[in-house]
Ligand binder design. Structure first.
Ligand code: FEO
Length: 417
């Protein structure tokens, strides 16, 4: 017996034919879509689901690159079994030890007791912390180390803090494929399209990719820049992330350009994200009037959010996208509306920078919200305040319309070339 599959170990498999897909002569994708999860990492809504990718290289030595999330374990094992077809597994490379890619590690080790697990020192620390295991056979690699499988030689490129400390990329010099861990990944299921060039990415996936980047990797822009330096000059025919579609051909340049921009905290588009909280509709009314004025002044792209109804991840993503931010909040307990505090906290944690911002505050007897918003946004790096803070008392009065118009003028002008 080659392995425990033949002894019926993998009884969890409910399927006989899976979704495994060959992506080169001897490399296979064996991931799956999850449409059941409401929240990613127990925090970020994923209404369009998420995919978990895993890959196998069949060479003189066989190699599995990362495993899967528990939600797709059955699919993963079905695909895995079909690709392996009774072969033994020589290596398990762990590019990322977060459990959304590690849920099958224990079973892999139990199924293939002779498998060598490839990772770095931090990988093995995390493996012990999460699963209490120390592989019997492990290959602890350093940045730049190589592993020969036969025709394929794998090079390990550390991508520290993109977005965890143990993260590494694996580069296959034969097929010029970068297995990039979470980098270049997106939320949203694949739904049959394994490659980015099989979908209208700008229309159907870019928003999910931006929300993924800004909320998962966003804080670590300088770390993304560091790993980009290591990739300089590396020929790339494919990038295989752990989530979302595979990148190939010209699309590699497309997603690289997005990552360079996002990691430098440079906006993609001239436009405004207006995010407001409102207790009785009056702050909402000012925000909406501002949007109408901006439209009238030729501002094409305006995203508006009632932040009491929208998860901060969406607002953060648009803050990464656009040049301008407008935050509007009532005063609440001599501070901010709690939903506005949550939005600002996300921007602070993810180190948003290089944006223009404007402030609208409401307060019935002692307005404070505008001061707190201003203080918190101005403390981020390289932020430019546009216009004076507009402060209303309970509701906007006729004589403040001109003030709002002036603010709209300044915002529109700030977007001029
Ligand atoms: Fe997809 Fe950081 O795990």
């Amino acid at each position: 017996m080659d392995n425990k599959f033949d002894e019926g170990y993998a009884g969890i498999m409910a399927i006989t034919k899976g979704t495994e897909t060959r992506i080169t002569d001897d490399i296979y994708w064996i991931g799956g879509d999850d449409r059941t999860a409401d929240l990613f990492e127990g925090s970020i809504p994923v209404p369009e689901g998420v995919s978990y990718n895993s890959y196998i290289i069949l060479d003189e030595k066989t190699c599995l690159l990362d495993t899967c999330d528990a939600s797709i374990a059955s699919r993963f094992w079905g695909n895995f079994r079909n690709v392996m077809a009774g072969k033994s597994l020589d290596y398990l490379v762990i590019n990322h030890m977060e459990p959304d890619h590690g849920a099958a590690i224990i079973q892999v080790l139990e199924t293939y007791p002779d498998v060598t697990v490839v990772g770095n020192s931090k990988t093995f620390d995390l493996m012990k912390n999460f699963y209490g295991i120390e592989p019997a056979h492990k290959l602890e690699v350093k940045d730049g180390d190589e592993l020969v499988l036969g025709k394929h030689t794998l090079k390990f490129i550390f991508a520290v803090m993109v977005h965890w400390p143990e993260v590494m990329f694996t580069y296959d010099s034969k097929d010029k494929i970068l297995f990039s861990a979470d980098a270049f990944g997106t939320f949203k299921t694949l739904s049959g399209a394994l490659y980015a060039d099989e979908v209208d990415f700008d229309r159907d996936y870019l928003e999910s990719a931006r929300r993924y980047y800004s909320n998962i990797v966003g804080k670590y822009g300088s770390k993304v820049q560091s790993v980009f330096n290591k990739l300089e000059g590396l020929p790339l025919e494919m990038i295989c992330p752990l989530h979302g579609p595979i990148w190939r051909g010209d699309d590699i340049g497309y997603i690289m350009e997005k990552y360079v921009r996002w990691s430098l905290y440079e906006p993609e588009d001239k436009g405004v994200v207006i995010a407001y909280a409102s207790m009785y509709g009056n702050t909402a009314c000012v925000a909406e009037k501002l949007a109408i004025m901006l439209k009238g002044k030729g501002v094409e792209r305006i995203s508006m959010y009632d932040i009491t109804r929208t998860h901060p991840s969406y607002i953060l993503a648009d803050a990464f996208r656009f040049t301008n931010i407008v935050l509007a909040s009532p005063t609440y307990n001599n501070h901010l509306h709690p939903a506005m505090s949550a939005v600002l906290e996300e921007m602070e944690i993810m180190t948003l920078q290089n944006r223009c911002y404007s402030v609208i505050g409401n307060g019935s007897w002692a307005p404070q919200a505008h001061k707190v918003i201003d203080e918190r946004l101005s403390s981020l790096k390289n932020m430019t305040k546009i216009g004076e803070s507009l402060v209303i008392k309970s509701s906007m009065k006729d004589d403040q319309v001109a003030e709002l118009e002036a603010l709209a003028d300044e915002i529109a002008t700030s977007m001029q070339p």
